[in-house]
Write a protein that binds this ligand. Structure first.
Ligand code: CA
Length: 221
């Protein structure tokens, strides 16, 4: 199991990321300041660091600098402010492997984490998710049902991807909302239902089942 250290002092974001990672089979640990981030990152007990720039004690840049100065090659994904081009450049020059601008969708961060944990992944591996006749190509962002190519919007694609990563499992509305729409969503919104409707129309009605009061399930068939 991959162990991911989350260094973020904003509780809401840290717990959003930790929850998502846990439900995708990772073992997350959270710290809320730079000094603790550095200590745990250097302990050898984690496989990847998600590092926010704005942290008490030491900021993310200082943590990264000291980590690299100590000879650590731990993969680091930095969280930067939206449109913080200067921060992004500084992060990459400081030795970060990747970055994610806030606000972000969990699935985007997850994709970057997966990529950085497997830098030597050979081409062609696990880029197509399948469930019965349904196939999603993560590289070309194309969906197919049998031989038919289906045109999905970016949002529909991410929703379909979330279902295909958990075939046969019940996914709660709230879970889908945070996976596809991120943490800046309105919990009272019916947007999940609306988009499940769009997917049903495009992929075939019987593929996604509604479980009243529980959520949705992609049927394995
Ligand atoms: Ca912060």
């Amino acid at each position: 199991m991959n162990r991911v250290l989350i260094a973020e002092d904003e509780r809401r974001i840290a717990s959003f990321v930790a929850k998502g990672l846990r439900s995708n089979g990772f073992a997350p640990t959270c710290v809320g300041d730079g000094q603790s981030a550095l200590t745990v990152a250097l302990s050898g007990e984690v496989d990847l660091l998600v590092l926010d720039i704005g942290l008490p004690d030491l900021d993310g840049f200082a943590v990264l600098r000291r980590l690299r100065a100590a000879g650590s090659r731990l993969p680091v994904v930095m969280l930067t402010a939206r449109d913080g081009v200067r921060d992004t450049v500084a992060a990459l020059e400081g030795g970060a492997d990747d970055y994610m601008s806030k606000p972000f969708r969990f699935e985007e961060l997850l994709a970057r984490i997966r990529l950085r944990l497997r830098p030597d992944r050979p081409d062609g591996e696990q880029t197509v998710l399948r469930c019965g006749e349904l196939a999603l190509d993560l590289r070309t962002r194309r969906a197919r049902v049998g031989d038919r190519v289906i045109d999905l919007t970016a949002r529909e694609f991410v929703l379909a991807e979330t279902f295909l990563r958990h075939p046969g499992q019940v996914l709660a509305r709230e879970q889908l909302l945070s996976a596809v729409w991120g943490y800046d969503h309105d919990p009272g919104s019916n947007i999940v239902d609306v988009y499940v409707g769009y997917l049903r129309r495009k992929l075939g009605a019987g593929r996604i089942t509604t479980l009243r009061g529980m959520g949705y399930r992609l049927e394995e068939r």
